[in-house]
Design a protein. Sequence first.
Length: 186
Amino acid sequence: MGEIRELKTANPKADRVAIPIIIVLSILVPVAVALLILFPETLKLEMGIDRGTLPAFHAILNGTTAILLLLGLYFITQKKIAAHRFVMMSAFGLSAVFLVSYVISKLNADPIPYGGEGYMRSLYFFILISHILLSVPVLPLAMLAIYRGFTQEYGRHRKLVRYTFPIWLYVAVTGVLVYLFMQPYY
């Protein structure tokens, strides 16, 4: 097969529906998560979920997402479009499950402080803060990249993915690292 090329141009009618949905979700989700972080006592709900199992579950979701992202890169370089699409949608699905589970964990449990000291503390906070800051643009970038892929706007999809892929991969990997740093304190 030859080079994958732009099959379609933008569809203004579809964009009028999809783009506002992406924008609304891209605003609402980070605001909801920020409120949970800023006001944990006000928004706390007792759901009876064992707080010890969710962080490991979150790390598994993040680690699997990272593997799927790398597989997606491999498949697209091999021009295996169906496999690429499957693993990328799976990565997005796992990220969505993570997000829901993370919100549930924040509603259900008090925050646990990091107890490390010295350079490990500085490294942990660098990883945590960069993870949090970069997780915000992942949602809109991933949704828009997926949308452009499904609408077969491959040129626009590729342009988005140049930024989306490394950011998303970084967030997935650092999610696992945050768990490993925090694991002794759970």
